[in-house]
Design a protein around this ligand. Structure first.
Ligand code: ZN
Length: 42
């Protein structure tokens, strides 16, 4: 996996933007919530 560009979260699998980590979720600024902390896929 690529290194996070800003140390905030992993890159979006669709657009590679840095995801924001918000309340146990990773949110893409363009795609919305990508991962939830309870999501088995990371
Ligand atoms: Zn995205």
């Amino acid at each position: 996996m690529a290194k996070p560009a800003r140390g905030d979260g992993p890159p979006c699998p669709r657009c590679e933007a840095s995801l924001y980590k918000r309340h146990c979720k990773y949110v893409c600024p363009q795609h919305g919530v990508i991962y939830d902390c309870s999501d088995p896929f990371r």
